[in-house]
Unconditional design. Structure first.
Length: 312
């Protein structure tokens, strides 16, 4: 009986130092995966270093290595989608090139999938050693907020590192939205899931491409993509301010009739005007985020564009 195929998807952006180390690390684990054949699929997300050259070299060295190179940087979400779309495996696993996703977990993940116990084996970090404390604090608060305001289950410390069956891959690919938030999509599609925990691992080479600002924008994308709570919040703010304004009108009328002093208190009035204006701008910003996402979806642009694929 022929072996099933396991596709290892690796989104890459400026990872020329990490890729050879990653490739050898997988080769070291390969003897522990005797029940499957392996193919590598590197997705070069418009790297500015020699990542594409390294992919070409690995492809020439090993025919199981395939690569896709984008015409420019489209982001990791596009890289994940392209990898899933181009994959041919019966099983598919998504991994980072920096080895922060331990290859040593692959045999255990495959064991759970092959046993039929689950269709997805996902991973999560149990700590954030090596990260700036402020970044870790915001990350934890983000996961807590997302689980409160959306129906999608997003586990704290969840990684994109997960192995899934072809059925799950097809379900994810059926969601062709342009604004993608994979952690939310993985939870939204459902299917029986097994979680594996591991301690945080430092990068083997290079530097992280995720600045605090990029992570903040990514969090906003996630909230807008999987929750309408901000819109409800804007509506509640509007209702509250209408009630407050009505109360102030009553107070001013009573004060004028009783004390005959309608003009005092202008400093507090200025503060109130600034407060209301700020809330209005906040609500407009929230509406703008949803409108901008809808606008981008209606353009129906491709999620990514390919410049080169396996030398073609």
């Amino acid at each position: 009986m022929s072996k099933k195929l396991l596709t290892i998807i690796v989104p890459c952006y400026n990872e020329e130092e990490s890729l050879p180390i990653f490739y050898e690390a997988i080769r070291d684990v390969e003897p522990k995966l005797p029940t499957v054949d392996i193919e590598f699929l590197f997705v070069d997300d418009g790297s500015k270093d020699k990542t594409l050259e390294v992919c070409r070299q690995l492809h020439e060295k090993d025919e199981r290595v395939h690569y896709v190179s984008f015409s420019r940087n489209f982001g990791k979400e596009a890289g994940i989608y392209a990898g899933l779309e181009k994959s041919k495996g019966d099983y598919v696993v998504i991994m980072d090139a920096d080895l922060q996703d331990p290859p040593a977990l692959l045999p255990e993940m495959l064991g759970y999938i092959e046993s039929g116990e689950c269709e997805v084996v996902a991973t999560r970090r149990v700590d954030r050693k090596g990260e700036p404390p402020i970044r870790s604090w915001f990350a934890r608060k983000f996961y807590r907020l997302m689980n409160k305001i959306s129906s999608t289950d997003i586990v704290d410390g969840a990684r994109d590192y997960q192995m899934m069956t072809r059925k799950v891959v097809n379900a994810i690919l059926s969601m062709k939205e342009y604004n993608r938030f994979s952690k939310g999509i993985f939870g939204w599609v459902g299917f029986k899931r097994k979680w594996l925990e591991f301690e945080n691992v430092e990068r083997v080479a290079g530097e992280t491409k995720w600045s605090f600002w990029k992570l903040f924008l990514y969090a906003i994308d996630g909230i807008v993509a999987f929750s309408t709570a901000p819109l409800i919040m804007a509506s509640i703010f509007g209702l509250i301010m209408c009630l407050v304004a009505f109360l102030f009108i009553v107070v001013i009328i009573v004060r004028t009739l009783v004390f005959g002093d309608p003009t005092s208190g202008w400093p507090s009035m200025v503060c109130i005007i600034l407060l209301v204006s700020g809330i209005q701008l906040l609500c407009m910003g929230i509406l703008g985020q949803y409108l901008s996402k809808a606008y981008l979806e209606t353009k129906n642009r491709p999620i990514y564009l390919v410049q080169e694929e396996d030398g073609k």
